[in-house]
Ligand binder design. Structure first.
Ligand SMILES: CSCC[C@H](NC=O)C(=O)N[C@@H](Cc1ccccc1)C(=O)O
Length: 746
């Protein structure tokens, strides 16, 4: 993709690496960051209908969407590229791109009709300073319709997020289904209208019409929303566009105590199937929280009757209809408890109305190595052509694998566990043609296609690469497994292990000792898999070694591993990270005086704990939106249940906090150890973070200031928990790198 030749200025900077071991010049670091930003990430792939040529050959179109940071324009650009794939029944004969990349602007959602004849697009456009949403229907080379949804005013903004959002053609291709915010009444102040001088009842009579449209005194009404990254998303409604008549219907009949999303058309288009999340007595944050009480529902379009299809007491997501339109698979897990956990794969038979558990929760890894399902979203299509098997990409320890599940036996087979490469993501599957992406810590994401082998021949998987990426020779990586020492074994969940990924610059000068950056992940129920991460690649190229630690409590190691952590945060996770670091240092080759710790959110919680509990050990600390005090966070985060559960309590919506609860939360928090901190701390906070409100970081900042520990705070307006806007992310990276260089005296 890029020239492999090293330009002169890079050679000069590499000499600098040889002298001082780590790249220190800000301009050179920025150039390295800029270079690595040029590797795009895949965000979507669709396989078009199979066409049979007049000579009998078959081919299909693969449409892909990618995102790439554009540092000059300060935005994440989205572009598409298409490929043509000629194939016979079970193998790719020839494939290649059919044209160049095209940037996609203003498209919030787009979807082809099942036949491939039409396409629907939700577009956002700013007209005279106002944001408008349009729904476009394209047919062949023409735009058939363009509806101004904002002017039509049947509903609020259309949802384009992964949580609720969807845009789905009916099987008949006559209707389109989507989710939008419920229409709110127009509001006015009691004092906004002209003073009439009329008596109140006279005015009432005259303004009857206006009164219907405008409500007085409700301008400042508070609407709950679904929290972090879903702000202003409060009451979703299902909307159906009748394409021929350009008529939009907002569906009625959905219980008022649930919020619908992830909807699709039932067999024969008789109704809609959707996930409904209960929002009584109040809404809690949904992002990264697969444990919110929810169920699968069916609403019949003729009668308006709504039926619940799955259990009343679990959390579900990602319902996917089989190609024969007979069965729906979906993921299910427990309500409350850890936010992300091992899921069950369930299947609902449309005709018998029976539900079965295809793959159950796995407490401990099976003999064949299968550790359970840890996806919070299935790919848009996941069924094999014969409607017998389901494809899932999910972490198995620290590697994301492609798994095939036989729905009749529940047997799980890996398509990728024998491969050399790092981690695999399933983008789509259609008629057994899979579109996947593979990457590793030293290799950016590529794009491949391949046919799902027949049952029993999964080991014969062969891939054809559509977009190739080269492994970067200057980055080496390995996976390390750890068993905690006997005194750190968890009595309730004995014998658990964990792991870490270690990245090192391939070339180290003789006798040179590497500085080490320790990075525990957030969550805490999350995992760092062996895939491409921009920041670790750049830091490694600069000359740092990096240790990504999957402490006990991470996803991908079995449910017991997850359950071992709640109630033990601030101790078990902290000790696991320190144990991993100590073990790595024993390998030799590292400079023990040059160790830094970096983490975001719960990873920031761990970073702050580590510098408090091991005050001599870490010479620099960088944290993004860290949790610093659970006791002060519980009342203002969008997920108070997280604070209760991770502190070791059960959560109920009507919980009354006792002083002892707050004391336990405080005792488990990094702020408890702040007086011991010596490490200079760089804090990076997002002004709009609903998850870990910025006051958490400020509380820690003030404590460090009072203790005269070097601390610097970077404040990112317009950013939420992830600090992922292009300027915030790149500024955060540069400042983090320079802070570490300064305080490790490199
Ligand atoms: C009350 S905030 C708790 C920490 C936060 N957990 C959930 O949102 C966190 O650590 N966030 C991670 C993101 C993440 C969470 C769960 C699974 C994967 C990623 C972060 O921002 O790094």
């Amino acid at each position: 993709m890029f020239s492999r030749r090293i330009p002169l200025y890079r050679l000069i900077s590499r000499c600098a690496v040889m002298d001082s071991k780590v790249l220190r010049e800000p301009a050179e670091i920025a150039q390295l960051y800029r270079d690595q930003c040029r590797f795009p990430a895949l965000c979507r792939a669709d396989v078009g209908p199979v066409i049979t040529s007049r000579y009998g050959g078959q081919y299909c179109n693969v449409y892909t969407e990618w995102t790439q940071r554009d540092l000059e324009r300060n935005e994440n650009v989205k572009f598409c590229r298409q490929y043509i794939v000629f194939h016979d029944d079970k193998s790719v004969v020839y494939s290649g791109p059919s044209g160049n990349c095209t940037e996609i602007k203003g498209e919030l959602l787009s979807v082809d009709s099942p036949s491939g004849e039409m396409k629907a697009v939700l577009r956002e456009s700013t007209i005279k300073g106002e944001d408008k949403q349009f729904l476009e229907i394209w047919h062949k080379n023409r735009k058939l319709k363009c509806l101004n949804l904002t002017t039509l005013n049947k509903h609020g903004k259309v949802y384009e997020d992964d949580q609720f959002g969807c845009m789905v053609w009916s099987h008949s291709e006559t209707h389109l289904l989507y989710v939008a915010e419920k229409k709110r009444p127009k509001t006015e102040s009691y004092f906004q209208g002209p003073e009439t001088g009329l008596l109140a009842d006279e005015e009432e009579t005259i303004k009857t019409d206006k009164k219907e449209e405008t409500v007085l005194g409700q301008q400042f009404e508070y609407y709950e929303d679904w929290g972090e990254a879903l702000v202003r998303k409060s009451s979703p409604v299902l909307c159906v566009l009748d394409i021929e008549g350009s008529n939009i219907t907002v569906l009625e009949g959905i219980p008022t105590n649930i919020s619908p999303g992830q909807a699709f058309w039932s067999p024969n288009d008789t109704g809609l199937v959707f996930v409904g999340w209960w929002h009584e007595p109040f809404r809690l944050g949904l992002k990264y929280c697969a444990n919110r009480r929810s169920s699968l529902f069916y609403v019949d379009l003729a009668s308006g009757k709504c039926e619940q299809l799955s259990s009343n007491s679990s959390a579900v997501c990602s319902p996917r209809l089989s190609p024969d339109l007979c069965r729906i698979v979906y993921l299910e897990c427990g309500v409350f408890g850890p936010h992300l956990q091992c899921s069950r794969l369930c299947m609902f038979d449309w005709y018998t109305k029976q539900t079965s558990v295809v793959v159950d929760v796995v407490q401990r890894a099976k003999e064949d190595g299968f550790t359970g399902i840890y996806s919070s979203m299935l790919s848009p299509r996941c069924w094999s052509a014969d409607s017998q098997r389901v494809l899932i990409s999910c972490p198995q320890r620290c590697r994301k694998d492609l798994l095939v599940v036989d729905t009749s036996t529940g047997e799980v087979t890996s398509l990728t566990s024998q491969s050399e490469e790092g981690s695999w993501s399933l983008l789509n599957i259609h008629r057994d043609l899979m579109v996947v992406s593979c990457s590793s810590p030293n290799c950016p994401p590529d794009l491949r296609v391949g046919f799902l082998p027949a049952k029993g021949s999964e080991s014969k998987m062969s891939w054809v690469t559509l977009e190739e990426t080269q492994p970067q020779a200057d980055i080496s990586w390995q996976t390390l497994n750890f068993s905690p020492p006997p005194e750190e074994d968890n009595r309730q969940y004995p014998g658990l292990d964990f792991n870490a990924i270690l990245l090192k610059p391939t070339e180290v000068t003789t006798g040179g000792k590497l500085p080490l950056i320790v990075m525990p992940h957030g969550g805490p129920h999350s995992v760092l898999v062996s895939e491409w991460y921009l920041s670790t690649a750049v830091l490694c190229k600069m000359g740092f070694s990096i240790l990504l630690v999957n402490y006990r409590g991470s996803l991908g190691f079995g449910q017991d591993n997850i359950y071992s952590l709640p109630g033990n945060i601030g101790t078990q996770d902290v000790k696991d990270v320190q144990f991993a670091v100590d073990s790595v240092l024993k390998q030799g080759g590292f400079d023990e005086q040059k160790i830094a710790v970096v983490g975001g959110s719960h990873g920031g919680f761990l970073a702050c704990h580590l510098i408090g509990q091991y005050p001599e050990f870490y010479k620099a600390c960088v944290t993004r939106n860290p949790v610093t005090n659970l006791a002060t966070m519980v009342g203002c985060t969008d997920i108070p249940d997280w604070c209760m559960v991770e502190a070791g309590y059960e959560y109920n919506t009507d919980i009354r906090l006792e002083p002892a609860n707050l004391e336990q939360m405080l005792n488990k928090s990094p702020i408890k150890h702040v007086s011991k901190v010596k490490t200079p701390v760089l804090l990076m906070l997002g002004e709009d973070d609903k998850r870990v409100p910025s006051k958490q970081g400020i509380e820690y900042y003030r404590a460090l200031k009072a203790l005269q520990v070097p601390v610097r705070l970077l404040w990112y307006p317009g950013n939420n928990h992830s600090l992922s806007k292009v300027d915030a992310e790149s500024d955060g990276f540069m400042n983090a790198a320079l802070w570490i260089i300064q305080h490790l005296s490199l």
